[in-house]
Design a protein around this ligand. Structure first.
Ligand SMILES: CCCCC/C=C/CC(=O)SCCNC(=O)CCNC(=O)[C@H](O)C(C)(C)COP(=O)(O)OP(=O)(O)OC[C@H]1O[C@@H](n2cnc3c(N)ncnc32)[C@H](O)[C@@H]1OP(=O)(O)O
Length: 357
């Protein structure tokens, strides 16, 4: 069946909704296929010297055939573009239905950069169970979308205050036993998705970072920090133990003695101290932080993506197995810690507002 005028008009509208630019070659082809729809001032071709009526009829017939064929070709081409755009859109985090809808994790994709924003400023961007799920889904999508770099950052004055300590506490202020397992499983799965993430992963640390928001940084490829950022892992104060492979990555990055200060004593580092210890790639003055970092990232995102991907793979591949083993081991300890009296008291104290860092 030939494409109707309506099919053709629908296809013209569909082109405007394509998620990806089809490129100049395709655009030219689409333009050419609409030529028969546009008025043409060129004289009609006189091939044979038949009488005028016969020429008119034959021209009308030819024109109708050209119009129908062009319409059909146009509709077919747009249809193939739409389906390939949808297929790649499934891996496009910006286009993902759930992630797009979330208010606490905001995802955008532009200039080759997938930006994942902790967006819960009234709670200092603390990570809820729902946010754990959304981050994992976003990373999964970002690993196959068109972006070159994936960036985490925060809204408001904090980068992220870590795990939401209310994840385990009921509305009446009691520890919810059933949530302990969920917390352990989610933490392990989240960390796994960072270990396996194949593309460049960059943290733009706009303000204080606490707990798991800090430990995960050991799995990033680059960490840019504002000079008002701080880095704090108060596990001992919370009766907890390190996660996100930090029991392995931190001693490796900064040496065991400095890692002990952070992970065991809960020493809070300034951005410059974190840089001096190798956890942060570069520190920027707060006044120029956003501008400088995003200009730089946009330039990096123009680098050939496949070269970057294989280079990251080379740097990380020998560590992956070890990191997964560490993740598993840390999860076992976290599970134990969550049932400990020390941790229970710390969580209840936080819930009753007796404790703050
Ligand atoms: C529990 C199992 C964990 C397993 C996985 C392990 C994960 C590791 C971690 O990440 S542990 C979490 C570490 N984070 C913390 O301990 C931070 C706790 N928060 C604070 O100490 C303070 O809120 C602060 C220092 C981050 C900020 O203090 P400030 O005085 O500037 O602001 P408020 O305290 O008034 O905070 C504003 C509101 O935000 C809520 N909030 C902040 N952080 C968290 C958090 N991590 N979890 C839950 N809620 C948080 C805070 O309670 C305020 O809420 P309110 O306005 O309703 O009172």
């Amino acid at each position: 069946m030939r494409a109707s005028q309506q099919d053709f008009e629908n296809a013209m509208n569909q082109v405007k909704l394509l998620k990806e630019d089809p490129g100049n070659q395709v655009k030219l082809k689409l333009y050419a296929l609409t030529a028969t729809e546009r008025p043409c001032n060129m004289p009609k071709p006189i091939v044979f010297d038949f009488d005028d009526n016969a020429k008119q009829d034959s021209w009308k017939c030819l024109k109708l055939h050209m119009v129908e064929t062009s319409r059909q070709n146009y509709v077919d081409l747009v249809s193939s573009l739409s389906s390939s755009s949808e297929a790649s859109g499934q891996g496009n985090c910006g286009a993902d239905e759930k992630v797009q809808e979330s208010k606490d994790i905001v995802v955008t994709s532009e200039d080759g950069i997938t930006k994942i924003v902790f967006n819960r400023p009234t709670k200092k961007n603390a990570i809820t169970f729902q946010m754990y799920q959304e981050i994992m889904l976003t990373l999964k999508n970002a690993s196959t979308d068109n972006s070159v770099i994936t960036v985490f950052t925060g809204t408001g004055d904090y980068y992220c205050s870590g795990n939401d300590l209310n994840n385990l506490i009921s509305a009446t202020g009691e520890i919810q036993e059933a949530q302990r397992d969920e917390q352990t499983v989610l933490t392990r799965e989240l960390v796994s998705s960072f270990i396996d993430f194949p593309k460049l992963l960059v943290a733009v640390v706009n303000g204080p970072a606490v707990g798991i928001a800090v430990t995960l940084l050991g799995l990033f490829d680059a960490v840019y920090a504002s000079d008002k950022a701080t880095f704090h892992t108060p596990f001992s104060q919370l009766g907890q133990s390190p996660e996100a492979c930090s029991s392995y990555t931190f001693p490796k990055i900064m040496g065991p003695a400095k890692a002990t200060e952070m992970l065991l004593f809960g020493k809070k580092l300034t951005a410059r101290e974190a840089w001096a210890q190798g956890l942060v790639s570069e520190v920027f003055p707060e006044s120029t932080f956003e501008k400088e970092v995003w200009t730089r990232l946009k330039a990096y995102a123009k680098l050939p993506p496949n070269g970057i991907k294989v280079s990251k793979e080379l740097i990380r591949k020998n560590e992956k197995q070890k990191l997964h083993a560490v993740n598993a081991e840390e999860s076992t300890v976290i599970q134990e810690r969550l049932t400990s009296e020390e941790c229970t008291n710390a969580l209840l104290n936080f819930a009753s507002r007796k404790a703050k860092l």
